[in-house]
Design a protein around this ligand. Structure first.
Ligand SMILES: Nc1ncnc2c1ncn2[C@@H]1O[C@H](COP(=O)(O)OP(=O)(O)OP(=O)(O)O)[C@@H](O)[C@H]1O
Length: 225
């Protein structure tokens, strides 16, 4: 920031097990989004290493990072990040198209995923014709179209009421358990911890706590993947 150097994340070291549902928590400005964006290869760290399956992913070229993100990661953002001019089905298909797939292979899967997130009757709707919770479920279907190994979610419930937040978290839990997908989610809501296997709490860009929260019985959704 001009002459002011900001250490958004500083000296953070941890590893994540395959299939873990991890929450990154901490107060505003503690570095959660920066950490998530670095892990998701969206922002480069100034120093340090990130390894996935023992592969150093920092040294990949920009185009290799792009392909790595498309084929191995799913992203879900607070503001849904849907393309406003495209229907729900087209939004989901878009990332499969970007990976070079033909329509014969992604069309059926897009529709199947939208049905599985409860939007079978909303496939032709534009984002503006969907509620916030529905838009976030389109974003979840989109994140799953390329059968990723890691799902990154940055405050996915920030704009949702508690019923819709629970629907999204129930979906994450089902995806995590049924597909053994690693989920890394930024949150500042303490009640979300009931869904997490593990929490890393940041303070001033450093790991302040790394713990396994006590599990209460969270509801399970009817999603079958
Ligand atoms: N693009 C940027 N340029 C300069 N500083 C930034 C930038 N993005 C974030 N920061 C700073 O880095 C620090 C960490 O920000 P970050 O957005 O990662 O925090 P956060 O924990 O996700 O916060 P919030 O919960 O409010 O979203 C903050 O001090 C912030 O002001």
């Amino acid at each position: 920031m001009g002459t002011l150097e900001v250490s958004a994340v500083d000296g953070v070291t941890f590893s994540v097990r395959k299939g873990e549902f991890m929450g990154i928590m901490g107060s505003s400005g503690s570095g959660k989004s920066t950490l998530l964006h670095m892990l998701g290869l969206l922002d480069p760290p100034t120093k340090g290493t990130i390894a996935i399956d023992d592969k150093d992913v920092i040294s990949l070229s920009e185009s290799e990072k792009g392909m790595f993100r498309l084929s191995r990661f799913g992203f879900i953002f607070q503001d849904y990040a849907l393309v406003p001019e495209l229907t729900a089905e087209e939004n989901v298909s878009l990332v499969a198209m970007a990976r070079g797939e033909g329509p014969e292979s992604y069309s059926r899967r897009s529709r199947q995923l939208l049905s599985q997130v409860g939007l079978g009757d909303r496939m032709a709707h534009l984002p503006s014709e969907l509620s916030g919770g529905e838009q976030q479920r389109v974003a979840i279907a989109r994140a799953l179209i390329n059968t990723p190994e890691i799902l990154f979610a940055d405050e996915p419930c920030a704009n949702l009421d508690s019923t819709n937040s629970r629907a999204v978290l129930d979906l994450f839990q089902t995806i995590n358990q049924k597909m053994n997908l690693t989920v890394i989610m930024v949150s500042h809501e303490n009640w979300h911890m009931e869904y997490f296997d593990r929490v890393i709490r940041l303070r001033d860009g450093k790991i302040h706590e790394d713990f396994r929260p006590e599990k209460t019985e969270a509801a399970t959704s009817p999603l079958r993947l």
